[in-house]
Each structure stands twice: as structure tokens, then as C-alpha cells.
Write a protein that binds this ligand. Structure first.
Ligand SMILES: [Zn+2]
Length: 150
């Protein structure tokens, strides 16, 4: 296969964002995070974490704890900060949703193109089969005729 030894596509690591609990506080959780391309932390750490476990360990670092605490403090002092955070989150999810929708549309178009191609191929096979049947029956006919001639 042509692509068998091709270099893997370089996919950017996901950026970790803490979750908001029911009280509106940001809390750390690694649940449901895709670590297949590594994870970068939103706190500004330059490290790319290869596993959820190593990200979880990083949650205990001073830089990370300060980041969470300052964001929570800002949100407590000013609900607008929390609102801004929520708007940002909503926008990010909207972008993700539209990326997925574009992907669905592209895949549906590819599927349609394949269905058309298969239909054309089937038609071609049917025509060729008819042609072969016709040709072989003509052959038999001419064989019959030549044997009669002899
Ligand atoms: Zn962090």
C-alpha cells in the first residue's frame, strides 16, 4: 500500500481546561480527556503531557494551583469574569460542533460519490456480462453452422 510507511499526521495536542462544577468553581479532572496526541495545560506550562496520569500529577504543581485559584478568585469577585469564561467555553464548543458538522458533510459527499461510482461500475459489469453472453452464444452458433457445413 502506498500510505503504509507514510509518516503519521502531526496532530496538535489538546489543550486542557478545568471543569466548572455546579457551584461555578473551576475544578481539575482528567476524565474524558483524549491523550492520544498529548495534552497541553491551559495554565501556561510548556510541557506536553503524554498521559492523563502525568497531567494529573501536574495539577499539584504551584503554577497550576495558582492559575486555578486566581481564576476562581476573579470569578468570585466579578461574576462578569465567570460569564466571559462561559461565553468563551460556548464559543469553543460551537467551533468544535461546526468542525464536526463540516466533517459529516464531507463524509456524506464522499459516500455519495462512492455510491455513484459503484452504480456506474455495476452497470458496466452488467453490460460486459451481456456482451460476453452474446459473443459466446454467437460463437456457438457459428460452430453449429460450420459443423453443419461440413
Ligand atoms: Zn497546568
Amino acid at each position: 500500500m502506498f500510505f503504509e510507511h507514510a509518516a503519521p499526521v502531526n496532530v496538535a495536542p489538546v489543550v486542557y481546561e478545568p471543569f466548572r462544577n455546579v457551584d461555578g468553581h473551576l475544578v481539575d479532572s482528567v476524565r474524558g480527556i483524549d491523550d492520544s496526541n498529548g495534552i497541553k495545560c491551559g495554565c501556561g506550562s510548556k510541557h506536553v503531557f503524554r498521559t492523563r496520569a502525568s497531567l494529573k500529577t501536574h495539577f499539584g504543581s504551584q503554577q497550576h494551583k495558582t492559575w486555578i485559584a486566581s481564576r476562581n478568585a476573579a470569578a468570585t469577585q466579578n461574576p462578569h469574569v465567570e460569564m466571559d469564561d462561559l461565553h468563551k467555553e460556548i464559543e469553543e464548543w460551537k467551533n468544535t460542533a461546526s468542525e464536526y458538522l463540516q466533517r459529516v458533510t464531507r463524509l456524506e459527499n464522499e459516500k455519495l460519490a462512492l455510491v455513484t461510482k459503484i452504480a456506474a461500475r455495476d452497470k458496466q459489469i452488467k453490460l460486459l456480462t451481456e456482451y460476453i453472453n452474446m459473443a459466446s452464444s454467437e460463437e456457438h452458433t457459428s460452430e453449429t453452422i460450420s459443423s453443419i457445413d461440413m
